[in-house]
Design a protein around this ligand. Sequence first.
Ligand code: DQA
Length: 142
Amino acid sequence: MRVLVLNGPNLGRLGRRQPEVYGTATHAELAERCVGWGVDLGLEVEVRQTNHEGLMLDWLGTAADDRTPVVLNAAAWTHYSYALFDACAMLEAPLVEVHLSDPLQRPEEFRHHSVVTPHAALVVSGQGVEGYRVALAHLANG
Ligand code: DQA
């Protein structure tokens, strides 16, 4: 089974971006680990990252057309993008929401709301890069 792992804005700077919050792994390392976990789980995993919301919406639209399961870390868009809410609503296959940190435990109130959660089969937060393995395992077993 093919699975898309889609990462949103600023996640391309992982490793350099607030490592005390997001850890020291780079996005390339995250991608490599996801592909490896996919092999172990019998999944063909493709990892993408963008800072451009329209591109993310296009990817989600194609995933809807192709009925491809998605692991989504929409980063800050999670908290305010109604276009993202609508795109997630169109998905046909399961969606798993992932966050490296646990937004609900962070002090900024804007992080306490997610437009993705209503459409997610599972939310995995606060487990760092390992959370992506949990998300992929959920899809593999689903
Ligand atoms: C994040 C949490 C979001 O609140 C934040 O805007 C991010 C990353 C996470 O993975 O912990 O950019 O989605």
